[in-house]
Design a protein around this ligand. Structure first.
Ligand SMILES: Cc1cc2nc3c(=O)[nH]c(=O)nc-3n(C[C@H](O)[C@H](O)[C@H](O)COP(=O)(O)OP(=O)(O)OC[C@H]3O[C@@H](n4cnc5c(N)ncnc54)[C@H](O)[C@@H]3O)c2cc1C
Length: 380
């Protein structure tokens, strides 16, 4: 029931097996890691030993593929998310947190950081969100100013994955020319981190305060005022991988619920033979297969032309994360009280699915931009 075989090119099959093997090997760590507010050392060591973080970095800097391949990232995330949201996030953020550097950094800066990202020797993070700024980044309040050969960065980044554990942050800030992206190492004087928020989902999050932080001017990523281009390029490559993580999450929930309902009897029969339960699970299976097929189609399109197929990646992200939300909820329901036990796998999956509909473009924000593209394509 892994589903993707019918069209996943053979060259990705080995990668899928590697990712599945890693997921199985850390299953005993998953419950504790998914509760942790900081990166779990065992998960980190296992991911580093697997060599899979190299999928998130270009080959020139120690990565696995010449360019980061959205289909490869999707293949890995589907497997990892099925076992641990913590592991999935740790993997994905090495790409999401370093892509602006890979695209916009000077050769020296890339050489300094990217091989360490590929080896999981350095943890990457992306700082866009602020206390008052979420979906609409145009209002970014963090400032970037040139001062001789240096850039001075000031502001507050909030809800940053790996915040507090990252070795560097790619930070978006307002400069005269527009929004710019700057790389700030975590040990730069003036950078402090806190962990004010604990969310319902398994996730390592922190806030990052930049108080007159100074870095060399050459650590600006890309051109002054063009930082949003790097943000868009990051989305175009990685948004579809959220869909894959959602498919993995939903598939794992379906497995939990199917095993449970096939083995528990009420009214003289296994639960799964009661019509309503059978309907919920068969409906979920159908929806997962649709989400997976579309996710892989979009990921393959993104592998060919990330920006040109961003609308497909966005649709896949909405389709798969909304599917995962429905599926985990049904799975909890058919498991009755056993679906509600804290620390159980189904409970972790239930909580893991929820934020996927908010980050990397909330469903409504994506629909808003898709509707504008729709008008452009069909009504003008
Ligand atoms: C687990 C997790 C990890 C995260 N990691 C990071 C990270 O690593 N780096 C980072 O920078 N940020 C990160 N974030 C923040 C995330 O990017 C923001 O939560 C997201 O951009 C939405 O912003 P917001 O939460 O402020 O919601 P708001 O922008 O306040 O929006 C709230 C809701 O309003 C609706 N809405 C907003 N705009 C529109 C619109 N145009 N049309 C229709 N409806 C709309 C949507 O329903 C949306 O969910 C993370 C968040 C979470 C939950």
């Amino acid at each position: 029931m892994s589903g993707a075989e019918f069209e996943l090119p053979e060259r990705y099959h080995g990668l899928r097996e590697e990712a599945a093997a890693l997921a199985v090997s850390v299953a005993h760590l998953a419950a504790e890691a998914d509760e942790a507010g900081a990166i779990d050392p065992g998960m980190r060591a296992a991911l580093a030993a697997s060599g899979l973080a190299a999928v998130c970095v270009p080959a020139e800097y120690g990565g696995r593929y010449a360019d980061i391949d959205p289909l490869a990232v999707a293949v890995v995330r589907e497997q990892l998310a099925a076992e641990s949201a913590h592991l999935d996030s740790l993997f994905a953020m090495q790409g999401i947190g370093s892509y602006a550097l890979a695209r916009g950094g000077t050769p020296e800066l890339r050489e300094r950081w990217l091989p360490r990202v590929a080896a999981l020797d350095a943890i990457a993070a992306l700082g866009l969100t602020e206390p008052d700024i979420g979906s609409d980044l145009r209002g970014t309040a963090t400032t970037v100013a040139e001062d001789g050969d240096e850039l001075v960065v000031g502001g507050h980044k909030s809800f940053i994955t790996n915040g507090g554990d990252a070795d560097f942050y790619c930070v978006l800030g307002k400069e005269e020319a527009g929004l710019s992206m700057v790389l700030v190492p975590a040990d730069t004087p003036g950078l402090t981190t806190t962990r004010p928020h604990q969310i319902i989902a398994p996730h390592v999050l922190g806030d990052v305060v930049l108080d007159g932080v100074r870095v060399p001017r050459s650590w600006r990523l890309g051109e002054p005022g063009k930082g949003m281009r790097l943000g868009l390029a990051t989305l175009a490559t990685f948004r579809v991988s959220v869909a894959a993580a959602a498919v993995g999450t939903a598939q794992a929930a379906l497995k939990e619920a199917t095993v449970h309902t096939a083995n528990r009897e009420q009214f003289g029969r296994p639960l799964i033979q009661l019509g309503a339960v059978a309907d919920q699970l068969a409906r979920s299976w159908t929806e997962i297969e649709m989400a997976r097929a579309f996710t892989y189609r979009a990921a393959a399109a993104a592998a060919r032309d990330p920006l040109g197929s961003l609308h497909l990646s966005s649709m896949a992200k909405v389709a798969a994360t909304e599917t995962a939300g429905r599926v985990v909820d049904r799975c909890v329901q058919v498991m009755g009280r056993f679906g509600l036990v804290r620390g159980s796998k189904i409970e972790r999956l239930y909580r893991a699915a929820r934020p996927m509909r908010v980050y990397e473009g909330a469903t409504e924000v994506i629909f808003d931009s898709l509707s504008r593209k729709l008008v452009k394509e069909l009504a003008t």
